[in-house]
Design a protein around this ligand. Structure first.
Ligand SMILES: Cc1cc2nc3c(=O)[nH]c(=O)nc-3n(C[C@H](O)[C@H](O)[C@H](O)COP(=O)(O)O)c2cc1C
Length: 176
């Protein structure tokens, strides 16, 4: 099983990537293949809405976006990883999601398994309300099969991350 992780934090060794590593450990122990794509340090530009792709072609952007799209199409599962930025996903992750546009049908036809790994400083119970709704709609639209969402609260720094989130990330990797 091939899993692509779209990692949207600019912190290579930050909180969300710490949980992504734990996810990877669980997945690899279960014999799965994990590729983490560090979106914040990869040459990717935004969708320009030019429609040259016709939602079923290559994007005009000459960057790594097309290559990443092909990896997604060839995978069995996708993980969206990000810090919470103003109660949303990071712009680095959103930029790649917008680039799905060029291959929408090819991605929806795959019925990929999908999961979410996120971290926030805040600990309020409403921290992920908008984000969770967004992923509900995105997963439905993209025909993703929900395999689990880890919404880390009180995870402002690595030392703050409660142990339960490490356990959840490892388990998601094992079971996805
Ligand atoms: C631009 C920016 C916006 C943020 N917005 C929020 C927020 O809305 N709510 C919150 O709880 N934490 C917010 N944070 C804190 C981060 O979500 C938190 O520190 C997280 O652990 C960072 O994850 P990372 O180490 O994976 O990048 C924000 C941080 C930054 C830099």
């Amino acid at each position: 099983m091939k899993i692509v992780v779209l990692a949207g934090s600019p912190h290579k060794k930050g909180t969300s990537n710490t949980l992504v590593e734990e996810f990877k450990r669980g997945a690899e122990e279960a014999g799965k293949q994990v590729e983490i794509i560090d979106l914040a340090h990869t040459d990717i530009h935004p969708c320009m809405g030019c429609d040259a792709c016709g939602m079923n072609g290559d994007c005009i952007q000459k960057d790594k976006g097309n290559e990443i799209l092909n990896k997604i199409i060839e995978s069995d599962a996708i993980i969206f990883a990000s810090p919470v930025y103003y109660y949303n996903i990071s712009s680095q992750l959103k930029m790649m999601i917008d680039r799905f546009y060029a291959k929408t049908t090819k991605i929806t036809n795959r019925n990929l398994k999908a999961g979410v790994i996120m971290t926030a400083w805040n600990n309020d119970d409403w921290t992920y309300d908008a984000i969770d709704k967004y992923f509900d709609i995105l997963f439905d639209y993209m025909h993703f099969k929900d395999s689990g969402r880890i919404y880390g609260k009180g995870c402002g720094t690595i030392s703050m991350i409660p142990k339960k989130y490490y356990d959840e990330a490892y388990k998601l990797g094992k079971e996805i």
